[in-house]
Design a protein around this ligand. Structure first.
Ligand code: APR
Ligand code: PHB
Length: 407
C-alpha cells in the first residue's frame, strides 16, 4: 500500500491530523493497533479549549459536540472547606471551555473519516519503521499478515509507548521527564453531576476532582498513593473519600450512584525535544505528556497536529520544507508553556507529601491557593492558562480574538 502520509495511531492526534490533511487534499493512511470498539470506549480526559471546539466546528466535526458538550465558564477550587471560583469568560477574554469526553471526539473523527472513505485500519499494528532518509516504510501486521505501507512522510501519533519515538537513535533523542510519587484513580459513575462546572479540591488527604460527561454521568478523580491498585478502592471507599475531600462549608452535596468504571493511571510530565527525525514527526502523547491537573493533554495534541497539517500541506503544495522544518520549534514553545502551567497547578493542588513529612509544603500551598483565588492578576493568569493558548492553524481566522500579550 502507498500513501503520502503514513499515520501510526487512531487517538485524537492521528485522527484529527488525517482529517485536516484530507481537507488540504492530502492522502493519508492510519494504522491503529487496537480495535475500533476499544478506541471508541477508552475513557480519558475531556476538556476542550474554546479554540479547539471552534476548530472542530469549523472543520465539520462539531455537530454532536455542540449538542452534547457541556460548556464551562468557570471552575471551582476548594481548600479548607472554602469555595473559590475562577471564571474564564470574565478573566480570559470571553473564552468558554467545553466538557466533551475524549472518546466522543475519537468516535466523531472516526465516523467522519469513514464517511469520507478515509483509509483507517484497526487491529493493524506498526512493527518497524525504516528508510526514513529516502522513501519511508512502515512495516505492520494486519489480518495475520506482515505488510508494508510506503509513504512520503510519517506521523507517529502512537502515544507515550509508541514505536515512533523508539525508532529515533538514543544519541539523537533529547527528552525531559518527571515522574510523580502518586497516581490517579479515574471514576465514572451513573450519577447526576453535582455541579455545572468542574470542582477541584486541594484537600489535606489528597486531591479530588468532580467533573461530568452528561446530565446523568459524573466523572471523578482521586489522587492516590503510587502503590495503590484499583482493588484497594471499593465503591464504598471511593464515595467516602470523594465526600471527604470535596466537603465544603456551604450547602453542597455530592450525588452518588452506581460506579461504572474505575481506572488507575500513573502521572507523568514528559517532553521529547526531538519531535522530528528525518521524515518522521511525533505528535501528541508520543512527544509530550502532562498530568491531567491543568486539562492540557488533549488540547496540546490538537495544537501539534494543526501545525503539522499546515506544514505538510506546504511541503506537498509548494515543495517547500520551510514551515515543516519549524514544526519542532513552534510546538515546543507551546508545549513548555503547558508544562509550566501544569507543574504549577500540580504543585498547588496535589498532595506532595504522602508521609506527611513536609507540612511546610502544605502551608505554602494554602498561601498560593489563597493568592491565586483572591488576587485578580493571579486569577487572570490562571484563567488564561487554563483557557489555553490559541491554536496556530490555517483552519481558523487569523483575526479571531486572542488574549493580550505584552510582547
Ligand atoms: N501501531 C499502531 N497503533 C499504535 C501503535 C502501533 N505500534 N502503538 C500505539 N498505537 C496507538 C494506540 O493504540 C492508541 O490508540 O496509538 C494511539 C495513540 O493514541 P493516544 O494515546 O490517545 O495519543 P494521542 O492521539 O496523542 O492523544 C493524546 O490522549 O492520553 C491522552 O491526555 C492525553 O488527551 C491526550 C491524548
Ligand atoms: C475530565 O473531565 O476528565 C477532566 C477535566 C479537567 C481536567 C482533567 C480531566 O483537568
Amino acid at each position: 500500500m502507498r500513501t503520502q502520509v503514513g499515520i501510526i495511531g487512531a487517538g485524537p492526534s492521528g485522527l484529527v491530523l488525517s482529517h485536516l490533511l484530507y481537507l488540504h487534499g492530502i492522502d493519508s493512511v492510519i494504522l491503529e493497533a487496537r480495535s475500533q470498539a476499544y478506541v471508541e470506549a477508552r475513557m480519558r480526559a475531556g476538556v476542550l479549549d474554546s479554540d479547539v471546539s471552534a476548530l472542530f466546528r469549523e472543520i465539520g466535526v462539531g455537530e454532536r459536540m455542540m449538542k452534547e458538550g457541556l460548556p464551562q465558564e468557570q471552575m471551582e477550587i476548594r481548600f479548607l472547606g472554602k469555595r473559590r471560583f475562577i471564571n474564564w469568560r470574565e478573566l480570559a477574554g470571553g473564552r468558554v471551555n467545553m466538557v466533551y469526553g475524549q472518546q466522543e471526539v475519537v468516535k466523531d473523527f472516526i465516523h467522519r473519516r469513514q464517511q469520507d472513505n478515509g483509509k483507517l485500519f484497526f487491529e493493524a499494528q506498526a512493527l518497524r519503521i525504516r528508510d526514513l532518509d529516502g522513501r519511508p516504510v512502515i512495516e505492520y501486521i494486519h489480518e495475520g499478515q506482515e505488510k508494508e505501507l510506503k509513504c512520503d512522510l510519517i506521523a507517529a501519533c502512537d502515544g507515550y509507548h509508541g514505536i515512533g519515538r523508539q525508532t529515533i537513535p538514543a544519541d539523537k533523542l533529547e527528552a525531559y521527564e518527571l515522574n510523580y510519587s502518586f497516581a490517579w484513580l479515574g471514576i465514572v459513575a451513573q450519577a447526576k453531576p453535582s455541579s455545572k462546572w468542574l470542582v477541584t479540591s486541594a484537600h489535606e488527604r489528597g486531591y479530588a476532582m468532580h467533573s461530568m460527561r452528561s446530565p446523568s454521568i459524573s466523572r471523578n478523580y482521586l489522587q492516590i498513593p503510587l502503590t495503590d491498585t484499583v482493588d484497594d478502592w471499593s465503591d464504598e471507599r471511593i464515595w467516602q473519600e470523594l465526600q471527604t475531600r470535596l466537603e465544603t462549608n456551604a450547602d453542597w452535596k455530592l450525588e452518588e450512584g452506581k460506579i461504572l468504571e474505575k481506572t488507575r493511571f500513573d502521572i507523568r510530565s514528559f517532553v521529547c525535544h526531538t519531535m522530528q527525525y528525518k521524515k518522521m514527526f511525533l505528535a501528541g502523547d508520543a512527544a509530550h505528556m502532562v498530568p491531567p491537573t491543568g486539562g492540557r493533554g488533549l488540547n496540546q495534541a490538537i495544537a501539534d497536529v494543526c501545525i503539522l497539517a499546515d506544514g505538510i500541506a506546504e511541503y506537498f503544495r509548494k515543495s517547500s520544507i520551510e514551515y515543516l522544518e519549524s514544526y519542532t520549534q513552534l510546538c515546543l514553545q507551546r508545549v513548555w508553556h503547558a508544562q509550566q502551567f501544569t507543574w504549577k497547578m500540580t504543585s498547588v493542588l496535589q498532595r506532595l507529601d504522602w508521609d506527611n513529612k513536609n507540612a511546610y509544603h502544605r502551608q505554602v500551598q494554602l498561601a498560593q491557593l489563597e493568592y491565586l483565588t483572591s488576587n485578580r492578576a493571579a486569577a487572570t493568569s490562571l484563567a488564561e492558562c487554563y483557557a489555553g493558548t490559541p491554536l496556530q492553524t490555517s483552519f481558523l481566522p487569523a483575526d479571531r480574538p486572542r488574549y493580550p500579550q505584552i510582547c
